[in-house]
Design a protein around this ligand. Structure first.
Ligand code: DGJ
Length: 750
């Protein structure tokens, strides 16, 4: 059983062979945290772990008490998990243990996405009921441990059992108290076109936090952080991860107190948030996913990848091979008609592409970004036979058909705005802040969600649409909903996200065959909350191969390759102006859900053949790229960032593809070797190189090589010949294909 309870010491132990999580009901009924880390013997004594009673004023005690769900106002001056204003205006809170239950499986969270089990035996859940009697508040904490993953999922449910309303001002999904502060904090931060770059800094006394107040998780910070030791590498050492299954305003924070202990917390950002909890009402927090590794960042990412790919993403597209799309955005922007699109689609079909995606500009009168959002009917001037007729023409070419939409938005120049100006978010007495010439619809209102469901389900029901790219190009300003009374305006942002999830839920249920891809001006809402609805996301508007190395590397710390849509685009690149070889662009995009975003008609014959070969190469290995284990080998964030390498390995280690990328070629640099990981040391592998060439690197690596040799000696990734290296150039990539062969039989054995 993964969860045991020792009644005498009132200690709970969630465990499997990868991790242990221990908590104890302290003498006074407070819930103390004992330990999260590598597995501890089930029958062990935990007497030496901190677990003494919390007496208040922990900032004056030598050893601050570790707590599971700390509250404000009772002497623990570190950042709290829970703050609730009571009818008399006070906020001190001290919930005490009442009861617990342990059950097989894992419950869903009403209205919110969460990880799940397919079979009850996959996980066990501990539910603990705490009650604060003076406040009439029940706090239910949920802890789930999967039998074969080093993760613990957490969420909290609050219930007002009194007769007067309570006001929730902060309700974190989880906190985690750690006994020391010798950690580096790693988070994923950036901006449009440079999302999720890896940032690393030492923890210091005080608080260090990332978050969002935009109404979406945002380009700037991702709802994920990890702690690592300074010595932790990809392959070894300790690390903790904290990730939030949520798409709105979040806070992820590490606080180090003067005694060098660390408190982590993650949840809905308390800034600007409050929730009126009426008598009998419940409030559920989003789910936090805690992961632990003592085998480096690689194992930490493995834990998130497996869970998010297999038990957060849902539906037929979770496991089905994702189609290779051609998207017309960078080929045409708003300037297209049916003939032009059919030309692109026809050429794409000839190359082996499987789906045509019609991006922005097909509806209303949308010739630029100034109008028509909200009017989801085809512009007959561009598409005379409507979206249905055009979709049928695409299907007649042998392609599937997908569309771009941006449901949460409205243009002031649109019929929807003329009919329902009050549906746009804004404070009536203030001007709207502009963002891409559009306003955001008030998704906290049921009638808005109902309207969008009606319009979109009609569209998806009528036209042969197999894929939807759901964009969201601006963040919320002037947050306010006229449908909420003044004392409930603090609920607005969270209610927006609940409305968004409801719309996604209804659409994905009604159209289970449709593949949804989430997008937000590139990767501005690339978070776990989207994955149950849209198993893949547009990773970034930046399609430059060199830039994508860093974006995809950073993203991979938490998210699986199957979540990262990656397109080969034209050169000069539209975001950087850089000219990279076609092979390099493909070799980067292969480590994602491959697509193309260019005009295939503009390619010459050699390039067309190259693209056809790329597509054939990817199709033959699609499962390996999308569901293999990603092993990061050389970081673009290390040193001068000139080299990146990663590989994908099949679950049985029989197949692998290694990608090695060099930004600038440096003359006379001597031999360079890349040691691989995750192979079977006893298996001989046939190594082939892509693109196929006669150069020294290809010749030196091609052939049969032992798994042990590949891991201990490595592949040659730079020519030893200074003259040869002249012909290589900048922005190069090479893929090494590894296929295990039957081991030669030893002589004298049967
Ligand atoms: C932003 C997206 O990230 C792009 O791919 C494209 O769909 C544009 N929006 C269209 O407006």
């Amino acid at each position: 059983m993964p969860i045991t309870f020792d009644a005498q010491s009132r200690t709970f132990h969630l465990h499997n062979d990868q991790a242990s999580y221990l908590l104890r009901v302290l003498e006074n009924g407070t819930l103390g945290h004992l330990y999260y880390g590598g597995p501890l013997a089930q029958a062990g004594s935990y007497g030496r772990l901190s677990g003494r009673e919390f007496l208040g004023f922990s900032n004056r005690l030598g050893e601050p008490v570790a707590l599971e769900y700390p509250t404000a106002g009772i002497g623990d001056y570190r950042v709290p998990a829970l703050v609730v204003e009571q009818p008399d205006g006070s906020t001190a809170l001290d919930p005490r243990f009442v009861s617990h239950r342990v059950f097989a499986g894992k419950p869903a969270i009403p209205g919110l996405p969460s990880t799940y089990v397919q079979d009850y035996v996959e996980a066990e859940t501990l539910e603990i009921l705490l009650v604060d009697t003076p406040a009439n508040l029940e706090v239910r904490l949920f802890f789930t441990i999967y039998s074969d993953r080093p993760v613990v999922t957490r969420s909290a449910r609050l219930r007002n059992v009194g007769s007067a309303p309570l006001k929730v001002e902060c309700a974190m999904s989880a906190t985690l108290d750690l006994p020391d502060a010798e950690w580096e904090l790693v988070h994923l931060s950036g901006a449009w076109a440079r999302e999720r770059h890896v940032r690393t800094r030492r923890l210091e006394v005080g608080s260090q936090a990332i978050g969002s107040l935009r109404g979406a998780s945002g380009h700037q910070h991702n709802p994920f952080l990890l702690l690592k030791r300074a010595s932790t590498t990809e392959e070894s050492g300790e690390a903790y991860g904290l990730s939030l299954v949520y798409s709105g305003n979040f806070l992820a924070e590490a606080e180090v107190d003067p005694f060098e202990t660390t408190r982590l917390r993650i949840g809905i950002n308390p800034e600007g948030f409050s929730w009126s909890l009426e008598s009998g009402a419940e409030f559920c927090t989003p789910e936090a996913i805690l992961a632990y590794s003592e085998a480096g960042l690689g194992a930490l990412s493995d834990a998130y990848h497996g869970l998010y790919r297999d038990r957060l993403a849902r539906g037929v597209w979770r496991d089905a091979p994702r189609p290779i799309v051609i998207n017309n955005w960078e080929a045409t922007y708003f300037d297209f008609d049916e003939a032009r699109l059919l030309e692109i689609a026809t050429a794409a079909q000839g190359l082996g592409i499987e789906m045509f995606v019609l991006d922005d500009g097909w509806f209303g009168r949308r010739d630029n970004d100034n109008s028509s959002l909200g009017d989801w009917t085809a512009d007959r001037a561009k598409l005379p036979s409507g979206i249905e007729g055009f979709g049928r023409q695409i299907e007649a070419l042998g392609l599937r058909f997908g569309i771009w939409i941006e449901p949460e938005m409205v243009s002031q120049r649109s019929q929807l705005y003329a009919d329902h100006a009050d549906w746009a978010i804004g404070v009536p007495s203030r001007p709207h802040t502009e963002g891409r010439n559009q306003l955001v619809l008030d998704m906290s209102r049921h009638e808005v969600v109902d309207h969008l469901f009606g319009v979109l389900s009609d569209l998806l029901g009528r036209a042969p649409i197999s894929y939807v790219k759901w964009d969201m190009n601006r963040n919320i300003t002037e947050p306010f909903s006229p449908s909420l009374p003044a004392h409930r305006q603090g609920e607005f942002f969270h209610r927006y996200v609940l409305g968004l999830y409801e719309l996604y839920e209804r659409l994905t249920r009604a159209f289970p065959q449709v593949l949804f891809e989430s997008c937000a001006g590139g990767g501005g809402r690339f978070d776990p909350g989207m994955l149950p609805f849209a198993p893949q996301a547009w990773t970034s508007d930046n399609t430059d191969a060199v830039e994508r190395l860093r974006i995809q590397w950073g993203t991979s710390l938490c998210y699986p390759v199957s979540a990262m849509a990656a397109h080969v685009s034209a050169v000069p690149n539209h975001q950087t102006g850089r000219m990279t070889p076609l092979a390099t662009r493909a070799a980067v995009a292969f480590f994602g859900v491959l697509g193309y975003e260019l005009d295939p008609g503009a390619l010459n014959d050699v390039e067309r053949q190259e693209v056809a070969d790329q597509i054939a190469y990817y199709k033959a290995r699609r499962e390996l790229f999308l569901h293999g284990r990603l092993v990061r080998l050389r970081s673009p964030f290390a040193g001068d960032g000139n080299e990146t390498a990663w590989m994908t390995v099949s679950p049985d280690s029989r197949r692998a593809v290694v990608g090695h990328y060099r930004v600038l070629n440096r003359p006379n640099r001597g031999p360079s070797r890349l040691r691989l990981r995750g192979l079977d040391p006893r298996a001989p592998y046939r190594v082939s190189v892509w693109p196929v060439g006669e150069d020294p690197v290809s010749t030196a690596n091609t052939g049969i090589r032992g798994g042990d040799e590949l891991m201990r000696v490595g592949l040659l990734v730079a020519s030893e010949d200074p003259v040869e290296s002249r012909s290589v150039g900048d922005f190069t990539a090479r893929l090494f294909d590894l296929e295990a062969q039957e081991a030669p039989r030893r002589r004298g054995r049967a």
